[in-house]
Each structure stands twice: as structure tokens, then as C-alpha cells.
Design a protein around this ligand. Structure first.
Ligand SMILES: Cc1ncc(COP(=O)(O)O)c(C=O)c1O
Length: 462
């Protein structure tokens, strides 16, 4: 048996870790021995535990380390910034060179009509900020009743009080939220569409429902429609062809503002800096981004606002009463600028446009396996859904924990993937080589076969 290296501090760390409240976890089962995983180091597309065991990071941290781990250009930019100006605020009339430079950079990268940027420190805050600004915008226009938000079953928009209210209810069972503000439309998941509908009929169904619900709630009460172009944490749900343009057109018709939640889909994950316009042909009123903006090296988000909305908020005598101490933090802005420079200098968008379809194809081939019902997503954002019956698309019971089983098998083979109910999700760093793409597909193939072998007849019947 291999002895653990002398510097293995796993036991000490786990003892200290008892004080840490883990996000989105089952706090009770975390008390079990071996329930927690310690990751201590990272380089490129790989992370290492205390024992020095190496894992391919199939999740890029949490959909965020787009340029890969250990990039000295970013850590040095952060250090230089902290040694020059550690902190200053962007409240009132104050600013600093790095926040100004990043704001201009984002305005240049975003669709032409989005030229104003509010910085936050998380995707949740980016989305909250978008809604607060729109509420204020409609107040300014003398429409104070226009407050409701349209969202979708399956959406994930964060976990502050407002962002969780816009998130699919499954993510807040037993928890409260500002749900009176939100109206949910059906999930646009093409895979789970009603059996009797073709993809284009399903699109008609969703758009008809949206129109009907807008009429029912009253457009004069609806401020905005918030939507991820591909729904991520809800299960990598891909809407039917034409859905994006038609829902945007409907919003325009009813004077409902659109927020594109690009917290995951921006910064090259789908092969473009922003996917809304470049991939989906959309012109959202607001784009929210975070994660890949700094590749996770520092916590930063941005809410990019249309000129039209900005002009209303910036009218004479008005005050912008929204702000957080760390909005535009110098170290976060420095990290984002260095990260964007890497994406540009290394042509990561073009690389993803080539390698992304290869990743999709390699994982798509796993659809032939007995329990794989669907492989969906785009480029480096892919989900695999497991079913006990492919013909009827019937999922395994939650108690089977099929996603956890596959994820555990993958970890044994050196790959970290995210279990999500009866799915696993992959969103690796964008720097993967073709050999690493193949290796992920092979490990997953073995892991799914092993997970399937562990199932009993009862698991199929549950
Ligand atoms: C699409 C989307 N929006 C918002 C968020 C919330 O971001 P954060 O966790 O940084 O608050 C997430 C997080 O996963 C996300 O995937």
C-alpha cells in the first residue's frame, strides 16, 4: 500500500474545515468521514489534492477558470496592482485607472449598444444590480408598477435574496425568496419537451405561453425577462431553434427589457467573448457576466447596460443609489484585464471554435451507452443526462444518485466532473488539448460503464 506523503495535512485541514459552511451542500452528510474533498494546488487544466494526486479539472473550478490554473500573468498583475493601489472605491466621484480601463475594455468587447458597466463581485450581484437598475429606470419613466421579472423553470441566476427568487424553485426548497416579484415560464429544455411536439412546435408552444402569460400578468407590471442563453446549473438546457429571437421580439413588442445572464456563456466558453449577439443574434438591454471575466482569479462581475437605460438613470438631478464597497476593486479589475489579454493573445475564442465542436463530438459519442439519454450543450459547456429507459426518457429515481455514482467513478480515474441530480456537467478550462479531450471522453466512457455495472434491478425499478 502507498504511504501518504509526509506533508499530507488532509486530516488537519478536515478538522479545521468543520467550521466552514459549504455552499449548496447537505451539511449533515458532510459530517461523514471522507465526505469532503480537499484540493490544494492547481496548474493548467489540472488540480491536485494534499496527497499529490492529480485530477483533470472537468469543471474549471465552477465553470470559471477559462484560461486554466496557475497563469502567472494574472497573479503578477494582481500583485503589481496591490503594490501600487491596494484599494480605493468607485463611490461618488472617485475612480482609479484599472477600473476605468476595464470598463472601457468591456464596452469595446460587448455589443455596440452596451457601453456602461457596473462592477460587482459575483454573478448573483450582477443580476441583482440589473434588476435594481431596471426598477429604477421604470420609476424614472413614471411606470412604478413595472416591477415583475419573467424567468424560466430550470434557470439559475444566483443565490442572493433576489437572484434566488429568479432561480428555478428546486434550488430553494425550504428557503424563502422575493418570489412575489417573479413569474416563471416553462423550461425551454428541448430534450424534455412534451412527447407529442416537434422541436419547432415546442418553440411555438413556449412563445405562445410567453405571450399568454404576459397578457395575463399585464405588460404594464413586467419590467424584464432574464435568461441564460444556455441554462447551466439547471441542467445545461438548450432551447429550441428560433426561441431566443422570438422571445426577444416578444419582449420588444411589450416593452419588456431583456437581461442576458452570460455569467457562464461569456469569455470564450462558447467561442466568443459574449454569446448573446455573436452566437444567438440577440441584442439584450443588459448583459451580466462574471466567472470567466477573471477566470476566477478574483471575484468580479459586470452588469453591462444599454445606452438608453443609462441615459434615463443618468438624467439631471438623479442619483444612482446602488453600490458595494468592493465594486471595481483594483485587484479584481487587474485580474480581469490580464485574463482578457490572455484570451485575446492566445486566440482562445478561435481555439474554442475549433476544439469545442471536437469536445462536443467526443462526448456526443457516449450517447450510445445504455444509460446515457442525452448529451447536450455547446462547445465547452456540456451536460450528460442519465435515464433508466432511453425510449421514454425516464430518469432514475433521485435515491439512485446516478450523477454522484458517475462522478465518483470519474474521480477514481482522475477526472473531476460535477454531479447534478441525474446528470453530470462538464465545463473544463478552454485550453484543453485534443489529447485531453479524448482522455476525458475515455474516462467518462469507463466511468459510466462502471456506474451502470453498480446498479441493481431495484435501481431500475425505483
Ligand atoms: C448563469 C448563472 N448566473 C448567475 C450565477 C451566480 O453567480 P455567483 O455564484 O458568482 O453569484 C451563476 C453561478 O453559477 C450562473 O451559473
Amino acid at each position: 500500500m502507498n504511504e501518504a506523503p509526509l506533508n499530507d495535512r488532509t486530516d488537519v485541514i478536515l478538522e479545521q474545515d468543520k467550521h466552514l459552511i459549504h455552499a449548496f451542500s447537505d451539511l449533515h452528510s458532510l459530517q461523514q468521514p471522507d465526505a469532503r474533498t480537499v484540493i490544494s494546488q492547481a496548474e493548467g487544466a489540472y488540480v491536485y489534492n494534499e496527497r499529490g494526486e492529480k485530477f483533470l479539472d472537468g469543471m474549471a473550478g465552477l465553470w470559471c477558470v477559462n484560461v486554466g490554473h496557475g497563469r502567472r500573468e494574472i497573479s503578477e498583475a494582481i500583485a503589481t496592482q496591490l503594490n501600487t493601489l491596494d484599494y480605493f472605491s468607485t463611490f461618488y466621484n472617485l475612480t482609479h485607472p484599472t477600473a476605468a480601463a476595464l470598463a472601457e475594455k468591456l464596452a469595446n468587447l460587448a455589443p455596440a449598444h452596451l457601453n456602461r458597466v457596473y462592477f460587482g463581485n459575483s454573478g448573483s450581484v450582477a443580476n441583482d444590480s440589473a434588476v435594481r437598475m431596471l426598477h429604477h429606470y421604470f420609476n424614472r419613466l413614471g411606470q412604478p408598477r413595472k416591477k415583475k421579472i419573467l424567468s424560466r423553470i430550470g434557470a439559475y441566476h444566483g443565490s442572493t435574496h433576489l437572484a434566488i427568487a429568479m432561480t428555478t424553485p428546486a434550488y430553494r426548497e425550504g428557503w424563502d425568496s422575493a418570489e412575489e416579484l417573479v413569474h416563471f415560464l416553462s423550461s425551454p429544455s428541448t430534450y424534455h419537451r412534451p412527447e407529442n411536439l416537434s422541436e419547432s412546435e415546442f418553440c411555438d408552444f413556449l412563445i405562445d405561453e410567453m405571450r399568454r402569460d404576459i397578457e395575463k400578468v399585464g405588460a404594464e407590471r413586467i419590467a424584464c425577462f432574464i435568461a441564460e442563453p444556455i441554462l447551466g446549473a439547471g441542467g445545461v438546457l438548450v432551447p429550441p431553434q428560433g426561441y431566443h429571437q422570438r422571445s426577444e421580439a416578444l419582449c420588444r413588442e411589450y416593452d419588456i427589457k431583456t437581461i442576458s445572464d452570460e455569467v457562464v456563456t461569456s469569455f470564450a466558453r462558447l467561442g466568443h467573448m459574449f454569446a448573446s449577439e455573436s452566437v444567438f443574434g440577440l441584442q439584450p438591454d443588459i448583459i451580466c457576466t462574471a466567472k470567466g471575466l477573471s477566470s476566477g482569479y478574483q471575484p468580479i462581475s459586470a452588469t453591462l447596460v444599454s445606452d438608453e437605460i443609462y441615459e434615463v438613470c443618468a438624467g439631471k438631478g438623479n442619483r444612482f443609489l446602488h453600490g458595494m464597497t468592493y465594486s471595481g476593486h483594483p485587484a479584481c479589475c487587474a485580474a480581469a484585464l490580464a485574463n482578457i489579454a490572455i484570451i485575446e493573445n492566445e486566440n482562445l475564442c478561435q481555439q474554442v471554435q475549433t476544439n469545442g465542436p471536437q469536445f462536443q463530438a467526443a462526448l456526443g459519442a457516449l450517447k450510445d451507452l445504455n444509460i446515457v439519454g442525452d448529451v447536450r450543450g455547446s462547445h465547452f459547456m456540456i451536460g450528460l443526462e442519465f435515464v433508466r429507459d432511453k425510449n421514454t426518457r425516464t430518469p432514475f429515481a433521485d435515491s439512485v444518485a446516478i450523477g454522484m455514482r458517475v462522478s465518483a467513478e470519474a474521480q477514481k480515474r482522475g477526472l473531476i466532473v460535477r454531479p447534478l441530480g441525474h446528470m453530470i456537467v462538464l465545463s473544463p478550462p478552454l485550453i484543453l488539448t485534443v489529447a485531453e479531450i479524448q482522455s476525458i471522453a475515455e474516462i467518462l466512457q469507463q466511468s459510466i460503464v462502471a456506474a451502470e455495472a453498480s446498479l441493481s434491478a431495484q435501481d431500475y425499478a425505483a
